[in-house]
Design a protein around this ligand. Structure first.
Ligand SMILES: NC(=O)c1ccc[n+]([C@@H]2O[C@H](COP(=O)([O-])OP(=O)(O)OC[C@H]3O[C@@H](n4cnc5c(N)ncnc54)[C@H](OP(=O)(O)O)[C@@H]3O)[C@@H](O)[C@H]2O)c1
Length: 270
């Protein structure tokens, strides 16, 4: 029997990575994530939100852009679970680890765009790069947990790395959602301007939403000890740290009374 998502991956993704089996593909894709992570430090800063620049293409309506660009990281793993051969997925650890990843991307694709207050369309190139990145991640994390990695469930469930990692993931998610909600509440009605955010971790850093996402992804990496999760945590850390430094400088320039004791992203450090 042919499993459609896997047949598609074998026909289109294997050749791109010159891979002949899942192991080779996963290893090369993890290196790909790491190379991309370091490249984001030298590529032009992502031109969306307050840095929107339409020389990077026409504007895609913001809610639609966030939904379409993020959803492949949710839909591809779910398709692999539903229609794939599931050689590894029956284990509870596989289910919990992939569950963390798809839960994050369900929120980001279908809830975040619904409640966000941004009205700035996303330049097409930014949207398209995010779409490709999320498709890539959906394939990599989906294949790894659905077909590839066989955990020893009993041992893994009671290992400190698993439950500390899982707790970190939940804690990071709480910070990320709370900070995104604080930012959303800075605007009322059709307001589009920017204010100084206050309260909670905003008293210490300019971008707690990014800090929360980084904690979340390192929690996922620790709980799974999976190379794709670790590579994704490195990507998230580098990409969001750079953007947080950019936001921090932007706040300092825009608001004379911006609190000078705030760091950009890591409390007391950076
Ligand atoms: N894993 C990853 O690699 C990755 C990459 C990017 C984003 N994300 C996540 O996606 C979420 C959104 O990211 P983002 O880069 O769009 O975050 P952001 O720049 O902090 O903006 C978040 C939202 O809040 C608004 N906002 C920000 N600062 C504001 C202020 N001072 N006053 C009023 N409104 C303000 C923004 O409006 P405007 O759009 O009008 O600026 C936007 O709607 C975050 O949770 C982030 O962690 C993850």
């Amino acid at each position: 029997m042919t499993f459609i998502p896997e047949a598609l991956i074998q026909s289109y993704v294997y050749p791109v990575f010159l891979a002949s089996n899942d192991e080779e593909l996963i290893t090369r894709m993890c290196y790909g994530t790491l190379i991309y992570a370091f490249l984001t430090l030298v590529l032009p800063e992502a031109p969306y939100g307050r840095y929107t620049n339409y020389k990077f293409g026409f504007g895609v309506p913001v809610k639609l852009a966030w939904c379409l660009q993020e959803c492949p990281s949710f839909i591809i793993p779910v398709c692999l679970v539903v229609y794939g051969k599931q050689t590894a997925y029956r284990g509870v650890v596989n289910q919990m680890c992939l569950g963390m990843f798809v839960m994050h991307y369900f929120q980001r694709s279908f809830i975040y765009p619904l409640v966000m207050k941004s009205q700035r369309p996303v330049p097409f190139l930014t949207f398209f790069c995010a779409f490709l990145t999320c498709s890539y991640n959906g394939i990599l994390h989906g294949l790894y947990f659905v077909n590839f990695c066989h955990y020893k469930n009993e041992e893994w469930m009671y290992s400190p790395t698993f439950y500390i990692g899982f707790a970190l993931f939940l804690y990071g998610m709480k910070i990320n959602l709370g900070a995104d909600s604080t930012l959303k509440n800075l605007r009322s009605g059709n307001e589009t301007g920017y204010k100084i955010p206050t309260g909670g971790l905003f008293e210490r850093i300019s971008c707690p939403n990014y800090f929360g996402e980084i904690v979340e992804m390192w929690g996922y990496a620790l709980a799974s000890l999976a190379p794709p999760a670790a590579a994704h945590a490195v990507f998230t850390t580098l990409f969001l740290s750079r953007r947080a430094l950019q936001h921090h400088q932007w706040y300092l320039k825009k608001f004379e009374d911006y609190p000078k004791n705030r760091k950009a992203i890591f409390p007391f450090l950076l």
